[in-house]
Ligand binder design. Structure first.
Ligand code: PAF
Length: 283
């Protein structure tokens, strides 16, 4: 049976273990997660394993990145199953603080990211989100002091925000992005896919099909604005409530009018029933 990873639940316990790695000059990679792990997370763990001698996975459902109207309370939590998956992937250490450890009662500091965090995509629909993510991720970085931090490209804007934050704050680590893992029908893996009813689950892969078709048409020289408008129509016709489908510069995430404004990334967010899905693709 695979050996279960160590589990640290307090900052001093975490630091004791990490300083043992450091004393042996072992490199460390961090995979930040909110748990409810799936194959997408495991691909991040594999990428971490390739880069570093020690792999730490954090599991923390971060209340600061949920609005009061969002799903913090019902967000899927499956700690024991997560631990078994991480054991099978030979993860060294799981950092699983409680909310009280991460945010003690008098906690009063926030990171306010700019740049790619303020471009009118996720930030427009979830204005509290990147402040919460940047604050917890900077804490996770300082707590675990990794050489590498591994994030999925599925949350593409988050990847850009965290990369910029690490650079702006001179944090001594490299942020690595890992391609999205998809179900056989193209749906991007996400812990929130568990919310989809069977009929919604059937419709959900349309988002990726639209991304692929739109990217192919832009690459083939079709008008960017007309093609994106057509994609928006297809998503709404299928029954989604569309938040955005946008072509953006792949690094700055600023709006792009023409293919020559690239490299481009297409990003989408849409609700099917009560479940909000996001996805993106390189053009
Ligand atoms: O992508 C996530 O799971 C979360 O936003 C993260 C990066 C773990 C911060 O809570």
């Amino acid at each position: 049976m695979a050996r279960r990873p160590l589990v640290a639940r307090s900052v001093p316990a975490l630091r004791t273990i990490v300083s043992r790695y450091r004393a042996k000059r072992e490199t460390v990679a961090l995979v930040p997660t909110m748990g409810a792990l799936h194959d997408g997370h495991l691909s991040l763990v594999r990428a971490a394993r390739k880069r570093a001698r020690r792999v730490i996975v954090s599991i923390f459902v971060n209340p600061a990145q949920f609005a009061p109207t969002e799903d913090f309370k019902t967000y899927p939590r499956s700690f024991d199953a997560d631990l078994a998956m991480l054991a099978a992937h030979k993860v060294d250490l799981v950092w699983a603080p409680s909310v009280a450890v991460m945010y003690p009662a008098d906690f009063s500091t926030k990171i306010a990211p700019g740049g790619p965090a303020l471009v009118g995509l996720e930030d427009k629909f979830r204005p509290h989100f990147f402040g919460g993510v940047a604050t917890v991720v900077s804490k996770l970085f300082l707590q675990t002091a990794p050489d590498f931090a591994i994030f999925g490209e599925k949350d593409y804007q988050q990847l850009k925000v965290v990369t910029r934050m690490a650079r702006d704050l001179d944090l001594p680590l490299r942020v690595i992005g890992v391609p999205t893992v998809r179900e056989k029908d193209g749906l991007a893996m996400s812990s929130r896919n568990a919310y989809l009813s069977p009929s919604e689950r059937k419709i959900a892969p349309l988002l990726y099909r639209v991304l692929k078709d739109t990217a192919a048409a832009i690459r083939a020289g079709a008008s960017l604005s007309a093609t994106v408008a057509q994609g928006r129509g297809a998503i709404e016709t299928a029954g989604f409530t569309l938040d955005y489908l946008e072509a953006r510069h792949a690094e700055t995430l600023l709006p792009a009018q023409f293919a020559k404004d690239g490299p481009l990334r297409l990003l989408v967010a849409a609700k099917i029933g009560k479940t909000r899905l996001i996805d993106n693709i390189r053009v």
